[in-house]
Design a protein around this ligand. Structure first.
Ligand SMILES: Nc1ncnc2c1ncn2[C@@H]1O[C@H](COP(=O)(O)OP(=O)(O)O)[C@@H](O)[C@H]1O
Ligand SMILES: NC(=O)OP(=O)(O)O
Length: 309
């Protein structure tokens, strides 16, 4: 039996409640083999599109006098509840279908960040839907949001993405795993909070879920960190005629490829850095980056990029 933290990327979730529920059912089917093999599994997930949508909706309602204003950290917490609910229900249904008795529970997770983190000065994390330049300019003027052009696909709002330093609910997550429960935790990288003289306080930001997943996996002394995304492998010369898949990647090789700029900042780079943070100095640990549909093959060693010290 292994202790495994699985981080789910955007392609496992979707962009509307109906699409998300449908995709999450498929996600549950892909995860079931790992769970029923007797592993201790903790699932984390992204929230970029969802937290942006919730924030925009709450802003709209507040500006039209329909509700009180909802701060961004509260929107982050809502995204954890919304995605956790879909994952929890789909996993419960799939376990029931497989006649496996197991509790599934989502923990609203706060993650401490450093208020002096330079990320607060430079928003980089895309949230919400895509806009045309005209729409982005209009929303930016109305609400003061920052927008950037995102890989030729349109404009997206960006928010600060500070590094995670401590998982507040860690002891509860450990207790649930020891109890045998399937735990969904650290959703959306965790709700970012800072420590103040009067206690924890939410801050407007989105933590990278791969970095929080690596911190969680490290804190749990997990055997494996599995990052599931839209590609079967990490590649060098990605999307070029000389593209080559990486099946086995040591920390030293990965660092060399990072220097060469092989991994795109904002997409593959944080995943690689998260894996390195988890495995460096720990020969007993392994990280895998692969696709959701390729999970079973990756566990059998037939697919995916394995990262080790
Ligand atoms: N070197 C690379 N190898 C593989 N994929 C890469 C590489 N560089 C960038 N990518 C892109 O990174 C994407 C994964 O990042 P992203 O979409 O941010 O992940 P998430 O699944 O967490 O939402 C892949 O789908 C791929 O398009
Ligand atoms: N929080 C986070 O990393 O979300 P995405 O994976 O959706 O960007």
């Amino acid at each position: 039996m292994a202790k495994v933290v699985v981080a789910l990327g955007g392609n496992a979730l979707g962009k509307s409640p109906a699409e998300q529920l449908n995709l999450v059912k498929q996600t549950a089917e892909s995860l079931i083999g790992l769970i029923t093999a007797g592993n201790q599994v903790v699932i984390s997930h992204g929230n970029g599109p969802q937290v942006g949508q919730i924030n925009l909706g709450m802003d709209y309602a507040a500006q039209n006098g329909k509700t009180a204003a909802f701060p961004f950290p509260e929107c982050g917490a809502m995204s954890q509840g919304y995605i956790g609910y879909h994952l929890q229900q789909s996993l419960q249904n799939e376990l029931h279908h497989q006649m496996v008795k197991k509790n599934v529970v989502t923990t609203i997770t706060q993650v401490v960040v450093d208020p002096a983190d330079q990320a607060f000065e430079h928003p980089t994390k895309p949230v919400g839907d895509f806009y045309t330049k005209e729409q982005a300019d209009q929303v930016a003027a109305e609400k003061g949001y920052t927008f950037v052009e995102d890989a030729g696909r349109g404009y997206r709002q960006v928010v600060p993405s500070p590094l995670p330093t401590r998982i507040v609910e860690l002891d509860s997550i450990k207790a649930l795993i020891e109890h045998g429960d399937l735990v969904i935790a650290g959703g959306g990288g965790g709700v970012p909070v800072v420590e103040t003289a009067s206690g924890l306080q939410g801050v407007p930001a989105v933590i990278d879920k791969d970095r929080s997943s690596a911190l969680l996996a490290d804190n749990l002394a997990a055997d494996k960190l599995i990052i599931l995304t839209a590609v079967d492998y990490v590649y060098v010369n990605y999307n070029q005629p000389t593209e080559k898949k990486l099946t086995d990647l040591s920390v030293a090789e990965a660092q060399e490829y990072i220097v060469q700029g092989q991994f795109a900042p904002g997409s593959m780079l944080p995943k690689i850095e998260a894996c390195l943070a988890f495995v460096a100095g720990h020969p007993e640990r392994e990280a895998i980056i692969t696709s959701l549909s390729g999970l079973d093959d990756a566990l059998a060693g037939k697919l995916g990029t394995r990262i080790h010290s």
